[in-house]
Design a protein around this ligand. Structure first.
Ligand code: C5P
Length: 502
């Protein structure tokens, strides 16, 4: 049985999909999905087919089986190999991974003066390729980093720079600028701009627009780590959050200035675009009004101030679940152990290090409608971590560590007097996966356990193969990306919560 290559698909099918998708004003992915659901509607000039079918409308990606099925319909031959379907999936992701969720939306992007302003050029492209139209305001300082010429070329429109420009004020005016947008994005948002808005100043176009708007404002801060952690910036951020301003980032990592690292890097354009997508998403939100706690990542259990016990959890699965629940409208509180990935868009993240801190944070966040325990919590901690670094003394031999048991957060919540209506645990096992998961269900007081075999490269990797174990039975899911596991799980949780009052 032959297989087709991605290049062959590129030549024919992808073009075909692209054209018919464009005609119907849907994404290529949606077009592929619709064709699979209604193969008879492959007349591309026809009226838009009913989408959705009986699948939840919020699922963003075609499943592997759907793509596999799509492959089988391809005119160039059979398409039956898993890795080929992966490649097709990747191809669709790269070329049309973003659906046109922002078509007809207008975004006002305010660019402030910071080295991260160069990333705003890419952000404009990302927003426009998702169908949004982008208008730009640049502060005076921003123009020191990127020019209105390049910004104007990318937005294909006029760039607004001056509150006192008579022509601009006559043509559009700062009030209209601020009101005509569906969303205002400030990227990069500098310490200065944050301070201005927190203090209610409006002495330039950017701040005047922000003061005049009645729309949501999303800020992507970018600054030196010392400026970000300065008490004044912390105060301003808290004030802005109170005022309803939303934030994406900043991330932790290397700064543009050589030798500087810490928290202050602007979120990547794709992360900002994802946050914008989330805010503009008007699809049904089956989890609106639900509070859901998610734990994610490993915990670090100190031995002394410089050493700790940890595990290989990356937080990818837990963070993806938090993001997927937020996309369905849930008010998600993510309690994350130390991870190297950014906080998910649209989710309030509480950072902790130790299991006991994680337990305290979770308890403080209750009551909740559901709690999903994805974190790989250390089972034990070193009894009485040393205050000072344990020294290696010649002749003394290695120190003996006495371990004590950590609180089992899932079991605590599963049997709590304020127990959430739905409690979901994970069971990462390297052997007897099902047997262990079934035993955990009762022991931990969970409604279902997501069992996964972590003997391969699951921990830290991007794919997962899970089995859902509940009192009503066992559901095996095929191997898929962690995002897809998250989306499906979020759907399942929404389904379960449907029967309870908000
Ligand atoms: O017992 P085990 O560690 O395999 O249980 C895994 C499940 O329990 C996961 O959902 C994990 O997040 C949770 N857990 C916890 N607190 C612990 C240990 C595990 O919440 N101390």
């Amino acid at each position: 049985m032959g297989t087709v290559t991605v290049r062959k698909i590129d030549d024919d099918v992808i073009r075909d999909l692209r054209i018919s998708a464009a005609r119907r004003g849907v994404s290529m992915e949606q077009e592929a999905r619709d064709r699979l659901r209604s193969p008879q509607t492959q007349d591309h000039g026809s009226e838009p087919v009913e989408s959705a079918g009986n699948k939840p409308p919020w699922r963003l990606k075609a499943s592997m089986e759907e793509l596999l099925a799509l492959g089988r319909k391809l005119p160039h031959g059979e398409f039956d190999q898993k890795d080929e379907s992966d490649r097709l999936y990747d191809y669709l992701e790269q070329h049309d991974g973003h659906s046109m969720t922002m078509s007809d939306k207008q975004i006002l992007l305010i660019i402030c003066g910071g080295i991260a302003a160069y990333k705003s050029l890419d952000l404009i492209r990302r927003l426009r390729e998702r169908g949004a139209s982008v208008r730009c305001v640049m502060t005076k300082a921003a123009q020191e980093f990127v020019t209105p010429l390049s910004v104007g070329a990318l937005t294909a429109g006029h760039v607004f720079t001056d509150l006192f420009d008579r022509q601009d004020e006559h043509d559009v005016g700062h009030i209209r600028l601020s009101r005509e947008a569906d969303l205002i994005v400030v990227a990069p948002a500098t310490a200065d701009l944050m301070a201005k808005l927190a203090g209610g100043h409006a002495n330039d176009l950017a701040s005047a627009v922000l003061m005049a708007t009645d729309k949501k404002v999303l800020m992507a801060p970018a600054m030196n780590p010392s400026m970000w952690s300065h008490p004044a910036t912390r105060r301003n951020r808290a004030q802005l959050e109170k005022d309803g301003i939303l934030f994406v980032g900043p991330n932790t990592g290397e700064m543009a200035e050589s030798g500087e690292a810490g928290t202050g890097r602007m979120a990547e354009p794709l992360e900002i675009a994802a946050a914008v997508e989330l805010l503009l998403d008007t699809r049904p939100k089956p989890l609106a009004g639900r509070r859901i706690i998610v734990t994610s990542g490993p915990t670090h259990e100190p031995i002394d101030p410089v050493r700790y016990i940890a595990n290989r959890s990356s937080g990818k699965q837990g963070h993806a679940i938090a993001a997927a629940l937020a996309r369905l409208g849930a008010d998600v509180r993510l309690v994350s152990g130390p991870v190297a990935i950014p906080d998910p868009a649209g989710v309030r993240t509480i950072h902790v290090e130790r299991a006991e801190e994680m337990r305290d944070a979770v308890e403080q966040l209750m009551p909740a409608d559901a709690a999903i325990f994805v974190a790989a919590v250390a089972d034990w901690r070193a009894e009485g971590a040393a205050d000072q670094k344990i020294k290696k003394v010649a002749g003394d031999g290695p120190p003996v560590l006495r371990m004590v048991e950590n609180p089992d957060i899932l079991a605590t919540v599963g049997h709590h007097r304020k127990r959430p209506w739905l409690v979901v645990g994970f069971a990462a096992e390297t052997q007897d996966v099902l047997k262990n998961a079934e035993a955990k269900l009762a022991k931990k007081g969970a409604d279902f356990i997501v069992a996964n075999d972590v003997s391969g490269s699951v921990m830290g990797g991007d794919r997962n193969r899970v089995t859902i174990v509940s009192k009503s039975g066992v559901q095996e899911w095929p191997e898929m990306g962690k995002d897809e596991v998250a989306a499906r799980l979020a759907g399942l949780i929404a389904e379960r919560l449907k029967t309870t009052a908000v």
